[in-house]
Design a protein around this ligand. Structure first.
Ligand code: NDP
Length: 462
């Protein structure tokens, strides 16, 4: 046994921290983990999981409408926001319990306190003032919404954190941003009956996604009744006489809303963490700088997940934690693999994607074949819903490898997870072609697009 109190001390009980602590403890290491708020972190407590539950809730009114086309008469429906929030809270508490149970089962010590670094091997437990030492320390404190402090009236706005606990559902909401969170919440609030406006500074929402999907989703959202103001920004938010909010915008004049939500990116949680005392370097955004193995500039301190400003996704933080375990405890230095991460935007319709967008692939490959299908899914025929699915495969003409797959439509996220395996395995378009279609599904379109829709040479469409 070393002279330290612990082999490993993890600061932060989110996806990355809990995984690292649990697996290290299960290997027989003496581990403690500290969390100042609730175990589960952003993903479980105020991110992916409650968001997805809200997405499900927001889809029901369309299900009720669609039912008529299939012969059903659905009685009068109504929605109870408080009931949804309470049910969601019960589920989140259950999941939080499971996280703790997993840690306890592996014999990790669970501390419910903020923890701050005193030096490279010492941590202060803020609740008691006690200091403890550890051979290895992992910083996994995650991130938080950027408050956009430069915006006059930003303190009157909410972030996604508060969106999960609103006392009442507002009549109207303006959401600023054009990324995952802004787009997902615009669809959630609209689906729950809130008059919704999205305001985004760029030319088209979801800047890093394939152009076809961005445009397709934009059109679908507008067709549902969501107002999208591109090339625009909030300039000022103030309180109106009736208690509502008044918003001054750059290009769309004055708007009014019950609630304004800012979804303008997230900042790493490094303030007051004692990083300076421990000698840990951060970048200009305050994110912990790490090498390819998640190690900071201080030999025995690692950092995982959103606090490092790499790819802000739960499975990535978990993967980084597993690589840390290999590197530190299994004598098998392992770099996280960021190639071909499948991702979904849980908008309505959904986006599921893996690999390069047409635009990115055009910069990397001399010649591309683009296979593109746009069609009305079978379910929409009887429901009469005017929705279109888009499926797109981007193929490197020289190697025949599928380098990007993009879907807009129902279950796109589920499909993207499986497409992730095929792209990771390096499947070619010929592999897709010789795969039997599964009929009738929407996904069969992915293996029945025989001729390229068009080609791209040197970045230009032929
Ligand atoms: P994103 O980075 O996705 O989007 C931030 C948005 O804010 C962009 O549209 C950006 O515009 C805009 N923006 C940033 N700064 C300003 C500014 N000063 N003024 C005006 N607009 C600004 O961040 P999110 O907050 O939506 O989400 C954070 C991360 O969480 C995501 O990157 C994602 O990794 C993860 N996430 C994943 C989800 C999923 O997997 N389904 C769901 C939710 C979050 P521009 O595009 O022009 O830069």
């Amino acid at each position: 046994m070393s002279s330290y109190d612990y082999d490993l001390f993890v600061i932060g009980g989110g996806s990355g921290g809990v995984r690292g602590a649990r697996v290290a403890a299960s290997l027989g290491k003496k581990v403690a983990i500290a969390e100042e708020y609730r175990y589960g972190g952003t993903c479980v407590i105020r991110g992916c999981v409650p968001k997805k539950l809200f997405v499900y809730a927001s889809q029901f009114h369309e299900h009720f409408e669609d039912a008529a086309g299939f012969g059903w008469t659905v009685g009068e429906s109504s929605f109870d926001w408080k009931k949804l929030v309470a049910a969601k809270d019960v589920e989140i508490a259950r999941l939080e319990g499971l996280y703790k149970k997993g840690l306890a089962g592996a014999n990790a010590e669970i501390l419910e306190t903020r923890a701050e670094l005193v030096d490279a091997h010492t941590v202060r437990l803020v609740k008691t003032g006690q200091t403890v030492t550890a051979k290895t320390i992992v910083i996994a404190t995650g991130g938080r919404p950027n408050p956009h402090a430069a915006l006059p009236g930003h303190e009157l706005c909410i972030s996604s954190n508060e969106a999960f606990h609103l006392e009442e559902l507002p009549k109207s909401i303006v959401i600023a941003g054009g990324g995952y969170i802004a787009v997902e919440f615009a669809n959630i609030f609209h689906g729950l009956g809130v008059e919704t406006t999205l305001i985004y500074r760029g030319a088209e929402i979801l800047s890093r996604f394939d152009e076809d999907l961005r445009r397709g989703l934009h059109e679908a959202m507008v067709a549902k009744g969501i107002r999208i103001l591109c090339h625009d920004m909030l300039q000022k938010v103030s309180k109106g006489e009736d208690g509502g909010l008044i918003l001054e915008t750059l290009n769309s004049g004055t708007l009014q809303a019950g609630v304004v939500m800012l979804a303008l990116g997230r900042d790493p949680n490094t303030e007051g963490l004692g990083l300076e005392a421990a000698g840990v370097a951060v970048d200009e955004r305050g994110a912990v700088i790490v090498d390819e193995y998640s190690r900071t500039n201080v030999e025995n301190i690692y950092a995982l997940g959103d606090v490092t400003n790499r790819v802000q996704l739960t499975p990535v933080a978990i993967h980084e934690a597993m690589c840390f375990i290999e590197t530190e405890y299994k004598n098998n230095p392992t770099r996280p693999d960021y190639e071909l991460i499948p991702t979904a935007v849980f908008s309505q319709p959904e986006i599921g994607t893996v690999g390069l967008s047409e635009e990115e692939a055009g910069k990397r490959y001399g010649e591309l074949e683009v296979y593109r299908a746009q069609f009305r899914p079978l379910k929409a025929t009887l429901s009469g819903r005017a929705e279109r699915m888009i499926m797109k495969l981007i193929v490197d003409a020289a190697s025949r490898k599928v380098v990007g797959a993009h879907i807009l439509g129902h279950d796109a996220g589920e499909m993207a997870q499986l497409l992730g395996i095929t792209l990771k395995a390096g499947c070619t378009k010929d592999d897709f072609d010789r795969t039997m279609a599964l009929h009738p599904t929407a996904a069969e379109e992915l293996v029945t697009m025989y001729a390229p829709s068009y080609r791209i040479r040197d970045g230009k469409r032929l």
